[in-house]
Design a protein around this ligand. Structure first.
Ligand code: PLP
Length: 389
């Protein structure tokens, strides 16, 4: 039994409506439009010894997950969503549903934590792995091994260069080779892109970022197009290995999700304003933002991102690494911190965060645009560029 009422008409699709109404949640006992937090780890059987209505043990089922999972499945247009303790726990549950001997095609330029772990896992456990620039569809096609490739994993726009992958084309190529397409949709969010509608099989999020949006929850989610065998293995991985989300975190995540569309749209507008303001600035070598017409992924982004190009951009600073770090130190509003998708703006020297093996240009600064006034943010960056230059 799910505590989520099927209250909202099935044809409703606008993310603003789905999120504001928490997917139609109403507490069945009280009529409250806000769910209770149920911290219990165990649940009693019925008098006839039948199973408890929402599962018998917290590792395999929590009534506190259901509202956020139902809303996320609906926002992504999927069949079912599963919450995890972190984005990486979600990645691990999906990748470990493969078997030794299987082959993965992984986009080269994406969140370094995903690349690093998948590389190590494939090495240690005997899976094949090919890294490829998936924004180049010919390269993607050549990397596929029909029959052996079981998973193609992409992130678009991809960290931290914001390369754009054509999801529909990638899904077509993956399926022709007998593989599934998984999309890390953390940066685009379902407000801008719905990968399942474009043919992807699996969507993953670090819900730590835009979905929660307030920098106070670590969480992950997977959403599937269909509840097939692969999904059953993913669910078993979560149940048995226990990378599950705590009830308090699930509650906070739902609270954050209710304002997701509003936050993301504002963050897109401000990011676009900053990208235009900084493009051509004498202290900047290049602005990387898919919303700029000269960005190599602009045409595809324009097609598959509805209503904005995201709240993330990167700057290549004139003068190299040392100047870039001086810019970070000179910012007064942008916090010198990693992560993304929160209400406060963040700036980071990405190569420092990723370490000595990072392929990221040494003069790259990654910006996560928050909800401050765009003029205040532009002024902050301009004064920091002056101070560092
Ligand atoms: C942060 C992040 C992850 C990892 O998620 P965690 O919640 O930190 O485990 C994966 N992909 C992207 C794009 C991210 O930004």
């Amino acid at each position: 039994m799910s505590p989520v009422a099927e209250r909202l008409p099935a044809e409703l699709q606008h993310p603003e409506t789905l999120a504001a109404q928490a997917g139609g949640y109403l507490d069945p006992l009280t009529g409250a439009p806000v769910p209770p937090i149920q911290p219990a780890t165990t649940f009693a059987r019925a008098p006839d010894h039948g199973p408890p209505p929402c599962g018998d043990y917290l590792r395999t089922n929590s009534p506190s997950w259901a509202p956020a999972e139902a809303l996320l499945a609906r926002l992504e247009g999927g069949s079912e969503a599963l919450l995890f303790a972190s984005g990486m726990a979600a990645v691990a549950a999906a990748v470990t549903a493969l078997r030794p001997g299987d082959h993965i095609v992984l986009q080269e330029a994406l969140y370094y934590g995903v690349r690093g772990w998948i590389r190590r896992f494939c090495d240690d456990w005997g899976l094949g792995l090919s890294l490829v620039d998936a924004s180049d569809l010919t390269a993607l096609e050549q990397a596929l091994r029909p029959g052996q490739t079981k998973l193609v994993w992409i992130e678009t726009p991809g960290n931290p260069l914001w390369r754009v992958v054509d999801i529909a084309a990638a899904a077509g190529l993956a399926h022709a080779a007998g593989a599934r397409l998984a999309v890390d949709n953390t940066v685009a969010t379902p407000v801008l892109t719905r990968p399942l509608a474009l043919g992807a099989d699996l969507v993953m999020h670090s819900a730590t970022k835009y979905l929660n949006g307030h920098g106070d929850v670590l969480a992950g989610v997977l959403v599937t197009a269909t509840q097939d065998d692969f999904w059953a293995r993913i669910r078993a991985n979560r149940d048995q290995t226990g990378g599950v989300l705590g009830p308090f975190e699930a509650w906070l995540l739902l609270r954050g999700l209710r304002t997701l569309p509003l936050r993301v749209r504002r963050q897109c507008e401000t990011a676009a304003t900053l990208a235009l303001r900084l493009k051509g600035h004498p202290a900047i070598e290049a602005v990387l933002y898919p919303g700029l017409p000269d960005h190599p992924g602009h045409a595809v982004a324009d097609r598959q991102m509805a209503g904005g190009f995201g709240g993330m951009l990167s700057l290549l600073v004139q003068g190299g690494e040392a100047t870039a770090i001086e810019v970070v130190k000179a910012c007064r509003l942008f916090l010198p911190a990693t992560s993304l998708g929160g209400v406060e703006s963040l700036i980071e020297h990405r190569a420092t965060v990723e370490g000595p093996d990072s392929p990221v240009p040494r003069n790259l600064l990654r910006l996560s645009v928050g909800l401050e006034h765009p003029e205040d943010l532009a002024d902050d960056l301009e004064q920091a560029l002056r101070a560092a230059g």
